[in-house]
Unconditional design. Structure first.
Length: 238
């Protein structure tokens, strides 16, 4: 029997393929399985990870004052000032700390006046009055501060406030024959510049009135004094 060249070629290739596979050890076809499964698993992870990354993260306020109802803030500050008008020869130096809490949610949301109300207290263990007669040392407390925080801007928060406090000094202010106790109603404003969502550098400007409310023999007071301050505040958002 004579086989054609095409049939011989077909039988040769089939025999060669079977013989080549038969001569190889079976372990070559079994051992790769432990490596294939982890590779498949890793490939699945690479497909799933981008999907999870695209899921929106929980929205967080840009700082602790925006929608900050219930937020606490604690700060320290240093400042100085000068009398105006007839008391322009008198200067002031003060330092202290403050604590406050935001009382309301953001109001007037769709306007430039968007903001919230905050109540705060300040204690100043350093309050020095430099009079023409010499320096008078004292301390002050402001138990009543009502502040409006303008929260339309996310990075810089302006504020406006009015406050009332008491100043205790080692001798009469203004000297002489007045009183060592003076009341300090005031109004002012400033900005909180947020360097982090829960940290801000603060700059303030206040117009302060000093009066002993006739507790002494005379009550010349300081009708108007201009105070500047710089501080740093830590916030705790609920």
């Amino acid at each position: 029997m004579v086989l054609s060249s095409s049939k011989l070629s077909t039988h040769f290739h089939a025999f060669s393929a079977v013989s080549w596979r038969a001569n190889l050890p079976r372990s070559l076809f079994v051992r790769p399985l432990p490596f294939v499964l982890p590779l498949c698993f890793a490939a699945c992870l690479t497909l799933v990870a981008p999907v999870r990354a695209q899921q929106p993260a929980a929205t967080q306020p840009p700082n602790s004052l925006v929608d900050g109802r219930g937020s606490w803030d604690f700060g320290a500050f240093l400042g100085g000032g000068t009398g105006a008008g007839k008391s322009s020869n008198t200067q002031f130096l003060f330092a202290g700390g403050r604590a406050g809490r935001v009382l309301t949610p953001d109001l007037a949301r769709n306007t430039l006046l968007r903001g919230n109300f905050e109540y705060a207290v300040e204690v100043m263990p350093v309050y020095t009055v430099f009079t023409p007669s010499g320096a008078v040392y004292g301390a002050s407390i402001k138990p009543f501060i009502v502040r409006w925080n303008f929260t339309a801007n996310r990075r810089v928060i302006p504020y406006f406030h009015f406050a009332g406090g008491v100043l205790f000094t080692t001798s009469d202010v203004p000297p002489p024959n007045t009183s060592s106790i003076n009341f300090t109603p005031q109004l002012g404003g400033g900005i909180h510049w947020f360097v982090r969502p829960e940290r801000s550098v603060d700059f303030g400007l206040d117009l302060v009135h000093h009066s002993n409310a006739s507790l002494g023999d005379h009550n010349p007071g300081y009708n108007a004094s201009i105070f500047f301050s710089v501080g740093y505040t830590w916030y705790k958002h609920p």
